[in-house]
Design a protein around this ligand. Structure first.
Ligand code: NAP
Length: 300
C-alpha cells in the first residue's frame, strides 16, 4: 500500500493514476471524499485528512510501504510561513508515528538555502524536519519551475496582449511539467530502492526563459509576435491579490521571483539524463496551455 497526499493535485493525481495502472494498492488522501471518488472507482482506498492534522495523517500512513508527501499551497492565508511550518510539523510527526520507512517528498530547487527564497524556505525546513525522523528513507524531489505556472498567462494575454511576470525575460530557468514529476515519483515509490536521505533535482526537458516561452506560446496560439514584459512587483502584487491571493502570499512569491532573478535560487546539479524529464515546453503548451487559452478566448 502506498499513501499519496495531495492526491487530487497536479503531481499526486499523476502518481495515483500511474500506480493504479501498475496494479499497486494505493491510499489517496485529500480533504474531500467526493474529489477522491475517481480513484476509488479504479480501486484506490480514500482517506480524508487535513495536511495540518498529524493524527489523521498518521492513520492515513499506517501500514503503508511508502508515502508521497507534499505540502499543499495555501494561497489565501495571511500567515503563509506559519501555515507551512504547521504542515511540515504534522507531516514529520505523522511519518514518525506511523513508522513509515520510505517517503518521496516534493521539494524545490532553492531548498538548499535557509532564507530569501519565499515559499521555498518552507520546503527547506520540511527537508530538515524529515531528516530528523528516525528510520525514514527519503528522496526530496527538488523540482524546477513548474510549467503550470504559465497557465494564468492565458488571461494576461487575452486582457493585455503580452505575457507578463516578475522574472527577467532572458533568465533561463529549468521548467518542468508536473506530469513528469508525478511519473518520477511514482517510479521511486514503486521501486523504493533508495536509502537514507537524498535530494534529487528534476529539471524538465531544458532551461527556458520567459522570452522563449512567450515565443513558443505565440506560435501555438497563432500570434507569432507575442512578447514578454517584465513587470514591477508593485504592478504584479495588486493583480495577484485581485485573483484572491493574500498580500502575504503575494509577497512571498515576489521574494521567490527576486531570488530566481538574482540566481540565488538555482539548480545545483549539472543537467543530465537523470535529472532531465521528457515533456518539452512545446508539448505542454500544445496539450495544456492552448486548450486553456481557447477556453479563455471563447468565454471572454
Ligand atoms: N509552482 C512551482 O513552480 C513549484 C516548484 C517546485 C515545488 N513546488 C511545490 O509543489 C507543491 C504543490 O504541488 P502540486 O502542484 O502537486 O499541488 P496542487 O496541485 O496544488 O495540489 C495540492 C492538493 O493538496 C490538497 N490540499 C490542499 N490543501 C489541503 C489541506 N489543507 N489538507 C490536505 N490536502 C490539501 C488539494 O486536494 P483537495 O482539495 O482534494 O484536498 C490539492 O489537490 C507545493 O509544495 C510547492 O511549494 C512548486
Amino acid at each position: 500500500m502506498i499513501a499519496i497526499t495531495g492526491a487530487t493535485g497536479n503531481t499526486g493525481s499523476v502518481i495515483a493514476e500511474k500506480l493504479l495502472a501498475a496494479g499497486v494498492k494505493v491510499r489517496v488522501i485529500g480533504r474531500d471524499a467526493g474529489r477522491l471518488a475517481r480513484f476509488v472507482a479504479k480501486g484506490a482506498e480514500a482517506f480524508v485528512a487535513d495536511a495540518k492534522d498529524a493524527a489523521g495523517l498518521a492513520k492515513a500512513f499506517a501500514g503503508t510501504e511508502a508515502v508521497y508527501a507534499m505540502m499543499p499551497p495555501n494561497m489565501t492565508t495571511t500567515d503563509p510561513r506559519g501555515d507551512q511550518e504547521t504542515t511540515s510539523d504534522a507531516l514529520a510527526r505523522a511519518l514518525a508515528d506511523a513508522r513509515v520507512t520510505h517517503a518521496v517528498v516534493l521539494s524545490s530547487i532553492g531548498a538548499d538555502k535557509p532564507a530569501k527564497t519565499g515559499p521555498v524556505v518552507g520546503l527547506h525546513n520540511l527537508e530538515h524536519k524529515l531528516n530528523a525522523v528516525a528510520g525514514l528513507n527519503a528522496v526530496y524531489l527538488r523540482a524546477g519551475y513548474f510549467m503550470e505556472n504559465v497557465l494564468p498567462q492565458a488571461g494576461v494575454i487575452k486582457n493585455f496582449g503580452f505575457v507578463g511576470g516578475p522574472l527577467r525575460g532572458d533568465l533561463k530557468v529549468p521548467m518542468v511539467a508536473t506530469r513528469d514529476i508525478g511519473a518520477a515519483a511514482a517510479e521511486l515509490l514503486r521501486k523504493r530502492d533508495f536509502t537514507s536521505r537524498q535530494a534529487r533535482e528534476l529539471l524538465g526537458q531544458r532551461d527556458l526563459s520567459y522570452n522563449e516561452a512567450a515565443s513558443v506560446i505565440g506560435k501555438a496560439i497563432g500570434n507569432p509576435g507575442l512578447g514578454y514584459m517584465q513587470l514591477l512587483p508593485e504592478q504584479i502584487k495588486p493583480a495577484l491579490t485581485g485573483m484572491g491571493m493574500s498580500a502575504q502570499v503575494a509577497d512571498l512569491l515576489l521574494e521567490l521571483a527576486e531570488s530566481l532573478n538574482a540566481r540565488h535560487t538555482v539548480a545545483l546539479e549539472p543537467r543530465s539524463a537523470v535529472n532531465s524529464t521528457p515533456t518539452s515546453f512545446e508539448t505542454f503548451v500544445a496539450e495544456e496551455f492552448v486548450p486553456r487559452f481557447q477556453g479563455k478566448a471563447a468565454t471572454a
